[in-house]
Design a protein around this ligand. Structure first.
Ligand code: KMH
Ligand code: ZN
Length: 273
């Protein structure tokens, strides 16, 4: 099979907002992150996107705790780690996490309304962390919630702060970002550079429909409890079942999941420094 028939599946297992009371399957101990990493890897995910969590189950930007979680995942299976620099902690604490050298880290480009939160991404700080990620060899996963975010990423590329191929995540369905519609996805994808790599992140009820559309368009796709807490209306999800369903959709339309080695090649991940 040609590599272009392959699809990178990412599992976003927790996210910055949900608490354990929202869904009992949310991982928060290093052991549980490791166990679920292995489960989603066995289901076909080659990348795991994580937000660090403390012993109380709440999100944290604590450097030591995040290291423990990353180490536990790396010991459990070969899945590629993608660490979030998002969330609602002070920007310097979020930025410092890239020093842990995950293979990838999210990079959010612009400040925005995010449901009931303000998601701060000050332009000078974003530039600093982008430059540091390049130095370290940590690939930026560019989360774009609207067209202006794509334009800002292109500006950073021109400034030499991002390396090609750009790796975009189109995030649709956040209150404060663009709505989860096929039209919005199409606008974003059609404006990306030809050599860009992209995946769909569909928030909430739009998760399954939008990731399915993205798979049919040739994109990569992400799922997990960060993106939807429910499997179907009223039915709580867990991470392995969400990945299993997405892999099933991919296979049904003739796409095979990429292994870790194929993913490294497809995403052109740099060597860590
Ligand atoms: N839940 C995401 C869409 C990130 O991980 O960098 C928002 C977020 C971004 O937290
Ligand atoms: Zn995230």
């Amino acid at each position: 099979m040609d590599i272009s028939d392959k699809v990178v599946i990412t599992a976003a297992v927790d996210g910055p907002i949900a608490v354990p009371a929202d869904n009992p399957n949310l991982p928060y101990t290093p052991e549980e992150f490791a166990r679920q990493a292995k489960q989603v890897y066995d289901e076909g995910a080659s990348v795991i996107h994580i937000h660090s969590r403390g012993a109380d189950g709440m999100c944290t930007s604590d450097y030591g705790r995040t290291k423990e979680i990353l180490d536990a995942i790396n010991e459990s299976c070969p899945i590629l780690t993608q660490l979030s620099t998002g969330g609602f902690f002070p920007y310097e604490e979020r930025a410092k996490l890239v020093e842990l050298k995950p293979r990838m880290a999210s990079l959010n480009l612009c400040t925005m309304t995010f449901g009931k939160f303000e998601f701060r991404n000050p332009p000078l700080e974003v530039r600093k962390v982008a430059a540091r990620m390049m130095e370290l060899g940590v690939k930026a996963e560019l989360e774009i919630y609207d067209t202006g975010h794509l334009d800002f990423a292109l500006r950073l590329l021109k400034e030499g702060l991002l390396a090609e191929p750009l790796q975009f995540s189109t995030v649709l369905g956040v209150d404060g970002g663009a709505a989860a519609t096929p039209e919005n996805l199409n606008i974003l994808v059609s404006r990306m550079p030809k050599n860009a790599i992209w995946q769909m992140i569909g928030i909430g009820r739009a998760n399954l429909a939008l990731t399915t559309i993205a798979l049919a368009m040739g994109g990569n796709a992400r799922t997990g409890l960060e993106d939807t807490l429910q499997f179907t209306k009223g039915v709580p999800a867990d991470n392995p079942m969400l990945v299993r369903r997405l892999v099933g959709v991919a296979k049904a339309i003739g796409r095979q999941v990429a292994t870790v080695a194929e993913t490294e090649q497809m995403l052109q991940l740099p060597k860590l420094n």
